[in-house]
Design a protein around this ligand. Sequence first.
Ligand code: CA
Length: 234
Amino acid sequence: MTRILIIEDEEDLLMTLEYNLKNEGYQVYPFQTGEEGLEWAIQQGPPDLALLDIMLPGMSGIEVCHRLRLHERTRATPILFLSAKSEDTDRVVGFELGADDYVVKPFHVRELMLRIRAILRRSHTPARPEDESLAVFGLLTMDRTRHQVWIAEQEIFLTSMEFKLLDLLLTNKGRVQSRDTLLTKVWNLNNTAVQTRTVDVHVKRLREKLGAIGDAIETVRNLGYRLREHPHKG
Ligand code: CA
């Protein structure tokens, strides 16, 4: 089944597109914000095609496009922009963003459907497997090879210990890591009362750097720390 992601903040247009695409037999994933649509694409995607409105209340469609291109999983996802002004299109098509097509609003749904079919015909390549070196957790992305971490658009800078700590928590998400384990695996140290406090200090700093994602690192009383299975509670 062909999966199409739509990010469009105008509710009427979003519903119209959803209705028409479903009629054509596509599986549709509609979102009104870039943040939600991006998270879906990275976690549950990749979609076979992304329809992105440019002007969105938070993260713009252009930012969403950038982010999709950064991830190994969504790097090759065809993108069609829904643009309010024709002036935007120069920036969007053919340049560094490499969008596959665009339509300028207001557009005929029929025309959009034809363009979508054409893009899908051109791009019938199987989705790439997830790159082992990339870890994704909500809006957080870790590139183990390049030693870089991003939250949404923003690269965050971690010390090598904080990086190792986050890597270990991500690899073992949902499972408690005792302070002793962390000391052994991250710091290559054996437990002493003083050293376990080192772990606490580093976890605290890592949580602060991760911002909203930070609270997914849970303290398990008398045991240690655990990264929640899912970035959001419940
Ligand atoms: Ca809009």
